[in-house]
Design a binder for this molecule. Structure first.
Ligand code: HEM
Ligand code: HEM
Length: 194
């Protein structure tokens, strides 16, 4: 893959998109994992929480699309000097799988919601303001058919979210190791500056 000729840092746009996506995904993971306890403690607040979850998830899809398009014209800087072969291989593998999952997890959520038999009577609105659409794939199905897809896609959304959590643990552990154990300027690469 071509390397950026710059100063060992990601471009400001890549940095901004990395951290916006990280905040959106982090919030949605925290919120999604809390839906069951929210339903038990405050069932009246669940609807609004799920609506916010969907709005943030759709926003993440847009930001990830921008991130991928930006990456095509702006390759990553050369890897940190001193990385061992296996560290370079592992970090590249984790980065590629993260790119895949940061698109697949919200897309599975959107498909899951689009297959909901209540979708037609509960139109979607981003942040309660902007009318938004479901993916038009399930309209012709019976309610039983919609239920089947809703369940399967919900399971896919949950499963991929758990795999994403596992990869994020590896990703953050790698970043902390390079910064603090190996004494490399790791965080500087993914932050603003000249
Ligand atoms: C949802 C959360 C996150 C996602 C989806 C994510 C995803 C990614 C991806 C895909 C890259 C590779 C960029 C590229 O080469 O094009 C990357 C790089 C990086 N991330 Fe994250 N990240 C997340 C959270 C974090 C957190 C919490 C930290 C800090 C501990 C972090 C620190 C970094 C650093 C330092 C790099 C640059 C790696 C390098 O040296 O090339 N990320 N991230
Ligand atoms: C940033 C991306 C997203 C992440 C990290 C995420 C994560 C999660 C997690 C962890 C759960 C809980 C799963 C469980 O315990 O079974 C969940 C549930 C759910 N997600 Fe997402 N999600 C994202 C985007 C979306 C999007 C874009 C939609 C729809 C447009 C969506 C719709 C849902 C729905 C409907 C539920 C089930 C809520 C309920 O129990 O009623 N998610 N999500």
């Amino acid at each position: 893959m071509p390397q950026s000729p710059t100063n060992g840092r990601y471009s400001s746009v890549a940095v901004a998109l990395h951290w916006l996506v990280a905040i959106g995904i982090g919030y949605n993971l925290w919120q999604g994992l809390g839906f069951d306890s929210l339903e038990a403690a405050h069932p009246d607040r669940l609807r609004a929480a799920v609506d916010l979850h969907k709005s943030i998830g759709i926003t993440v899809i847009g930001l990830v699309a921008m991130r991928v398009l930006w990456k095509i014209g702006h390759p990553a800087p050369a890897p940190l000097p001193g990385l061992k072969g296996w560290e370079r291989g592992l970090s590249t593998g984790v980065h590629h799988t993260l790119y895949l999952l940061m698109a697949v997890v919200p897309l599975a959520g959107w498909l899951h919601d689009s297959a909901w038999k209540g979708a037609a009577s509960h139109p979607m609105q981003l942040y309660g303001q902007i009318p938004w659409f479901r993916l038009p794939l399930f309209g012709a199905l019976t309610d039983a058919g919609k239920d089947w897809w809703h369940d399967k896609l919900g399971a896919a959304h949950t499963l991929t979210a758990y795999v994403l959590i596992g990869l994020l643990v590896l990703h953050v552990a790698g970043a902390l190791k390079h910064q603090f154990l190996d004494g490399q300027a790791q965080f500087r690469r993914m932050w603003f500056g000249k």
